[in-house]
Write a protein that binds this ligand. Sequence first.
Ligand code: HEC
Length: 147
Amino acid sequence: MKKTNILIATLLGFAAISAHADVTNAVKLEKKYAAFAKTANPEYSSPSAVDGKFFFNRKIKLANGKEAACASCHTVNPADEGKHIITGKPIKPLSPTVNYKRFSDVDKVEEQFTKHCNDIIGSDCTAAEKANYIAYLLTEKTPSTKQ
Ligand code: HEC
């Protein structure tokens, strides 16, 4: 009995460790989007964190006349916890360097990209935008110090 408990605890421990391991998944996904982007446009060379940052903060006028950006909910520092502009609910940090769960589930990532890109820019983001976006998020490693 005791042995079984130890075994289960060990297995869970390993599972937790691998789920929190590192940013490998995000980097893999960034490369995958970059490969798609290159197929669509041979002039696309590599993911640009600068373009990703611009995209993240760019305010766009919505159909209701209000302006919003990805940063409106995910905050200007994606290493910080975000806050939903409509519901006020907290959103876990988007940066995979502080939240390793981000960009680990391709289906979820695609679903969220499609939804939020449509919400903000009115269409899905391109593969290039997605690659740049992840490239930028990977550079944001430091949560802001709480005031
Ligand atoms: C109205 C608020 C809001 C805005 C604006 C917003 N998001 Fe999100 N975003 C969320 C919420 C809520 C989640 C999911 C919460 C969670 O998983 O913790 C999320 C999660 C995501 C995820 C999932 C990442 C992962 O692996 O878990 C991606 C990708 C994403 N957003 C991209 C974007 C992009 C790109 C933009 C701008 C075009 C954007 N978001 C703008 C609220 C927003």
